[in-house]
Design a protein around this ligand. Structure first.
Ligand SMILES: [Zn+2]
Length: 1014
């Protein structure tokens, strides 16, 4: 799944980061690991299931095996080549210091060195791991089990001794005629123990007519179906089917009828309406398959699915497999039969029904790719088809394994909760991420769409073919797909500089992870709400950053071999994290787990202080780590957490514009590394921003960095701003240190670097400055114009013919900085003129300027402009344009217009998927934040129905814009009495942000005043 993210004005530009290498390895360790695995005993109880599972695995392996031997061989060959290359290039790259550091790092990597690390402590805190089954099954090939045994009591989990083998589902639905649907499931089961009842998931469904037939060879004589008694267990979203006589172990077939209604909350099987046409779509992740049909709704309970759908003849129906048979009935009806799927988890089943149209088919090898959409949008499908084709072939090459499903349908869903969903063979998207007009789409929108398409396609292997055993390892799916999308799109379009784009997302994850109320990437999941809460920045963006850090540590080639091994070994099965570490470790011929585990199992991340010292007459760099908290009051007594940090610093060599990197595995609190003092003109403490750490430079180093800032890469300049801003927020640095840095970037020409200064400036102008004095906002805005206004003058408003993307994007960023944040009157006046022209002719403006222009004009606009936005939104040709004007409506400052925008959120003008987006934008609008909060409280009964569960936390996350302790208490009280499922953590985080601001205001307010007036 792809979470929705705010799309800021961003650009492109990014250095493809080269991975390092230098791996010490001992085959001894590998052998020891294998021995240990062989020594593990299986519990006798599990033996039978393990044998079956092993047989299934063997079958799957066979299917995916042909290249296995070759892969291993090629891994070895590549490792050898790599060694040779390393040798060859080392004189150029390596210095004595580097070699020494590497040697030291290799020593520090030894598992023994981790004896007392916090990761181990974390392990003892660690939760019960999910299914004993999958871990039993994988244990035969994999060494140590890293987690404690599962707890016995698992009230939200299904019994493990009943497993589905295949499920047939027939559904009768015609959304146009009625929201009601009816169906029947036929599930072939394996009963591993004697039992009187079968439990499976079902929620908000009417169930009827349950029968079970014993189908084992010895049962042929008594194949008469047994009627089941349905006993609902609503608190566990399950139903127990009881039988009059005990069921013997062996195969059985369960049949069950069900009725339901298309939902309105964008989950399960739900309805969406466009221009009077009604459609039905599924969104079953995480635990909503049970709201569509009764099933074994747990990711490890994979089975084959065979769907058939009866509906009106005019309807198109899209599901995971190809249509293999069509039956035409009387009265304008038909039944479509779909090919059975390979083994899949229930959350990956898909169905779309309604008058959808399809694009032309595009082929990528043998795979047929099509885009499905509501009528009239066929001209917007080409960019998505291209992105799907280009990324699919690169993914196949990366995994060295063909696309695992029979066809690829991409479905543009007009109302969709998340960004996109990776249903096997039938991926669903928000329209904004799939349908684009090449003439008006912005580069930022195009990049985001390509990234999301690639993310979902990466899941076809990583998530669908190999699936996490339980939701606690959701990161196995999401961190990888996130990382891989950036890597693959970067390979396809190097000019888009995707890793600079990624830096913005990583920054958001770092902000969230510096709260006390964060969570580890691996998180205990007991309930469906717990599962939903994990679709967040930590699982996706922090997870992807850690994956990237590991890739850089192991080297690209070794890492890829490890991933290939992991996918082949576990195809059509389920995994836990240890399976991945083992595969990567085999490819690397060293243990990976000691380095990565703390990053996955510990919450938070380290700040690394970088100081220059002299030791025995030699210059050294001293590194000191501790956990970083944004709110110093939240830190409490030092907790002593440590991370094994594969640290890479950039060091100035004394030659103008030249630098080199130095590496060190920092496992303890403090470490010193040789610095070769004479040439050390500067040190930057997170080269290429490859580490999920915040470097904190001592003042003298900071001064050197400001003087040598051009020596840093763009992604490092981005990181430098973000880290310095975090240090200011946490009270570790003065406001002056940040504003000096921002001033020094006033002539920077990289749009990503420029857009990084936006967040600190926006916070200071909109939140902090008005709390300092009546004059402070004006002074700060003038300061912004002084340092960034020159770029506005240089770039003007109209691009030259054939102007490069980078310059167009830079123009958009600086206009936004000087106009929207700095509120320079000349820019705002010009923006209003440009907006008027844009409203009558969409081609009159460079598409990249559309977002900032629409937003700037709204801030000063009146009723006529509001009406113009509203009608532009209603008649928009593309969903990107619709979204732009919707957000524009949230940017007006006149109170009557603020109220009108709020009222809109209760009408059909704003689809359910966009309600939270609009309200969150209005919290950002200083003139609208308080009225928005008043409106939410007053209209909660109506509004609540329009806030789907996964978006609720985003609404809560916007409330700290209200700033004061009084509002904090109101927010706390309100959501305590009006709780939103799956938002417990989001509320704690929001309250923590309110508390942080109270301290920040006291610390930073006087510093800002002094800086501007001193
Ligand atoms: Zn995903």
């Amino acid at each position: 799944m792809t979470a929705r993210r705010k799309s800021a004005v961003r650009k492109a530009a990014g250095a493809r980061l080269k991975s390092s290498a230098a791996r010490a390895q001992t085959s001894k360790k590998k052998k020891a690991g294998k021995k240990k695995a062989a020594g593990r005993k299986k519990s006798p109880k599990k033996k039978k299931s393990a044998t079956k599972k092993a047989a299934r695995k063997k079958a799957a392996r066979k299917k995916y095996a042909p290249k296995k031997a070759a892969a291993k061989k090629s891994a070895r060959k590549k490792a050898a080549q790599k060694k040779a290359t390393r040798k060859k290039t080392s004189p150029k790259r390596g210095s004595t210091a580097k070699k020494a550091a590497r040697k030291k790092a290799a020593g520090a990597r030894r598992p023994a060195g981790r004896k007392k690390t916090a990761a181990k402590k974390a392990a003892s805190r660690r939760a019960p791991r999910s299914s004993g089954k999958s871990s039993t099954a994988t244990a035969s090939t994999n060494p140590p089990v890293l987690v404690k045994a599962p707890k016995k009591v698992r009230p939200y989990r299904l019994p493990e001794d009943v497993r589905p083998l295949s499920t047939r589902i027939h559904v009768d639905v015609d959304p146009q005629r009625s929201p009601a649907f009816e169906g029947r499931v036929t599930i072939d089961l394996m009963l591993e123990k004697r039992r009187r009842s079968v439990v499976l998931h079902a929620s908000d469904l009417e169930l009827f007519d349950a029968h079970l037939t014993l189908t084992g060879p010895s049962e042929t004589a008594i194949s008469k179906p047994l009627a089941g008694k349905l006993v609902p267990k609503p608190s566990f979203e399950a139903v127990e089917i009881e039988f009059e006589r005990p069921l013997p172990p062996g195969p059985a077939r369960l049949e069950l009828g069900f009725r339901g209604t298309l939902r309105s909350d964008l989950c399960g099987f739900y309805g969406a309406e466009v221009d009077g046409r009604r459609f039905g779509f599924t969104q079953l992740e995480a635990t909503d398959a049970r709201k569509f049909f009764p099933c074994f709704d747990e990711p490890a309970m994979k089975c084959r699915w065979r769907l058939s759908v009866t509906t009106a003849r005019d309807n198109a129906v899209v599901s995971n497999g190809r249509v293999v048979r069509t039956q035409i009935h009387r009265a304008g009806r038909k039944t479509l039969h779909f090919a059975p799927t390979p083994p899949l988890s229930s959350y990956l089943v898909a169905l779309a029904v309604g008058e959808l149209e399809q694009s032309r088919a595009e082929n990528s090898g043998p795979t047929r790719i099509r885009v499905w959409h509501v009528p009239g949008k066929g001209h917007l499908t080409e960019l998505a088809l291209e992105a799907a084709r280009e990324t699919l072939k690169r993914l196949e090459a990366y995994f060295d394994l063909p696309y695992p499903y029979s066809k690829l349908d991409l479905v543009a869903v007009p109302d969709f909760e998340f960004g996109a969903m990776e249903n096997a063979g039938a991926v669903f998207f928000r329209e904004t991420l799939l349908l684009m007009n090449p003439a008006t789409v912005t580069l930022a929108e195009k990049k985001r769409a390509a990234e999301v398409i690639c993310h979902e396609l990466a899941h076809m292997w990583y998530g669908n073919l190999v699936t996490m055993a339980w939701w606690d390892d959701l990161w196995l799916n999401e961190a990888f797909a996130t990382w891989m999308a950036f890597a693959i799109v970067d390979e396809w379009q190097p000019g888009w500089k995707m890793w600079q784009e990624f830096q913005h997302d990583r920054a958001a994850a770092m902000r969230q992870d510096s709260l006390r109320n964060t969570h580890p990437i691996y998180t205990v999941v007991r309930t469906p709400e717990d599962a939903n809460e994990n679709f967040d920045l930590i699982t996706y963006e922090k997870g992807a950053s850690v994956v990237r850090m590991v890739e850089r540590y192991l080297g690209e080639d070794v890492f890829r071999e490890g991933v290939r091994l992991y996918i082949r070994r576990h195809a059509e099965s389920n995994t836990v994290a240890a399976d991945l570490w083992n595969a990567l470790g085999e490819a690397a011929e060293e243990k990976v787990e000691p380095v990565v585990r703390a990053w996955i199992e510990q919450e938070g991340y380290p700040i690394v202080r970088i100081a220059r010292k002299v030791s025995d007459g030699d210059a050294v760099i001293e590194l000191t780590q501790e956990r970083f908290f944004e709110n110093p009051d939240a830190a409490g007594p030092q907790s002593g957490e440590r991370w094994p940090i594969p640290w890479v610093g950039r060091i100035g060599t004394g030659e103008p514009g030249k630098s080199r990197t130095v590496r060190h595995l920092l496992s303890r609190k403090r470490s010193r590394i040789p610095a070769e003092g004479a040439d050390l003109t500067f040190v930057y403490g997170n080269a290429d921003e490859g580490g999920f750490i915040r470097p904190a430079h001592d003042p003298d180093i900071l001064q050197d960095l400001l003087e040598d800032i051009d020596c840093l890469t763009p992604v490092e300049r981005q990181g430098f701003v973000e880290h310095q801003w975090a240090l200011v927020r946490s009270g570790r640095a003065e406001v002056a240190s940040l504003l000096d840095l921002v001033a020094s970037l006033g002539r920077d020409e990289d749009p990503d670097v420029l857009s990084t200064v936006r967040a600190p400036l926006a916070t200071m102008v909109r939140r902090l400055a008005p709390d300092v004095s009546a004059h402070t906002p004006g002074r700060l805005r003038a300061w912004i114009e002084v340092y960034y206004g020159a770029q506005v003058d240089e770039l003007g408003w109209v691009p030259q013919i054939d102007e490069p993307d980078e310059r167009r994007l830079r123009r958009a960023v600086v206009l936004d900085l000087v106009g929207r944040i700095g509120q320079a009157t000349s820019v705002l006046a010009r923006a209003s003129e440009r907006c008027a022209a844009y409203l009558s002719d969409r081609t009159s403006l460079d598409p990249n300027l559309a977002d900032p222009v629409v937003a700037m004009a709204a801030a000063t606009g009146g009723e006529a402009l509001f009406n113009a936005y509203l009608s532009a939104m209603r008649s928009a040709d593309t969903s990107q344009e619709k979204r732009r004007f919707l957000l524009g409506l949230g940017g007006f400052e006149k109170q009557a217009l603020v109220q009108r925008a709020l009222e809109l959120s209760l009408t059909d003008d704003v689809p359910t998927q966009d309600v939270v987006t609009l309200l969150a934008r209005m919290f950002e609008n200083r003139a609208a934040a308080e009225p928005t909060w008043g409106f939410i409280q007053k209209s909660w009964d109506q509004l609540q129905r329009r806030v789907p569960p996964l978006l609720a936390s985003r609404l809560i996350a916007a409330t700290p814009a209200l700033k004061t302790p009084e509002y904090r208490n109101q927010v706390a009280r309100f959501f305590k009495t009006h709780p939103l499922a799956g938002s417990t953590r989001a509320l704690k985080q929001a309250l923590e942000r309110f508390d942080w601001y109270a301290g920040f205001r006291e610390r930073a307010g006087p510093q800002l005043d002094k800086y501007l007036t001193g």
